[in-house]
Design a protein. Structure first.
Length: 256
């Protein structure tokens, strides 16, 4: 008797994949912790031009990326606002002179004219001459702050900034010779900006104001245009804190 029962197919077991050889990874080297980025600092100079120490600059002012387009706009606005707009000329109707006919109408072979106040003649009126007007351009406070920070960062990147020791520059009597000798130790001979905490009539100001090529300003009046045209910027050490407090609107610490 033939067995008609169907044979169940025998499933072959899937071949086991070959063992994957794992390559041992080399042990990670212990790296030293990343060094902290060094902050911006400038040397503090004494009256003889020697470096006494270094002082850190506020990163909010001296550590931003300069915005060249904003600086170009600031310079345009600054120079535009320097125009007084007081130039004035007289038109033909404002000239004071005789209104008689200067020569007869016909028979002279010359052009017809009625009075010597015509714009063609010397002493006559001016055609389309300048008149008093207001020349101004606007720049909002936020843009001014950004432009100032960009200019400060630009001069800091160019390494044209230095600080002055306040006690060393506290002269007992005005001495232009002493300050001129100090400025000779600097890299720039002209377009030097000296930033003070406050401009007062003291020995330092009286000594600096006679030296050509030196601009004296206080920290709160410092602007981007003066910084951009300066070849050397010298901050009295106390002026850095005043500038930081002024720009960032920080309240000065008052001793009780």
């Amino acid at each position: 008797m033939v067995d008609t029962a169907k044979k169940t197919p025998v499933r072959k077991s899937a071949a086991k994949p070959a063992a994957v050889k794992t390559v041992a990874k080399p042990a990670a080297k212990k790296t030293a912790p990343a060094a902290k980025a060094a902050g911006l600092s400038v040397p503090v100079l004494d009256i003889k031009g020697k470096e006494l120490r270094t002082v850190a600059l506020p990163s909010e002012l001296f550590g931003v990326k300069p915005n060249e387009k904003l600086l170009a706009q600031y310079v345009h606005v600054y120079l535009t606002n320097q125009h007084q707009g007081t130039a004035s000329t007289k038109t033909r109707g404002k000239i004071t002179m005789s209104t008689r006919k200067i020569y007869r109408q016909k028979g002279t072979g010359r052009a017809r004219h009625g009075a010597a106040s015509a714009n063609l003649f010397v002493g006559g009126g001016v055609t389309f001459g300048p008149l008093p007007r207001t020349i101004s351009a606007k720049f909002n406070k936020k843009q001014k702050k950004q432009a100032l920070c960009s200019a400060l960062s630009a001069v800091a990147a160019a390494k044209t900034v230095a600080a002055l020791d306040a006690s060393s520059f506290a002269l007992k009597a005005p001495s232009t010779t002493t300050l001129a000798a100090f400025l000779k130790t600097q890299t720039a001979k002209k377009n030097i900006v000296v930033v003070l905490p406050k401009v007062e009539k003291n020995s330092l100001v009286l000594s600096l104001r006679n030296i050509p090529g030196v601009t004296i300003t206080d920290a709160q009046s410092l602007n981007a245009y003066e910084l951009l045209r300066a070849r050397r910027v010298l901050f009295i050490e106390d002026a850095l804190a005043v500038l930081d407090a002024h720009v960032n609107k920080k309240e000065a610490n008052k001793s009780s």
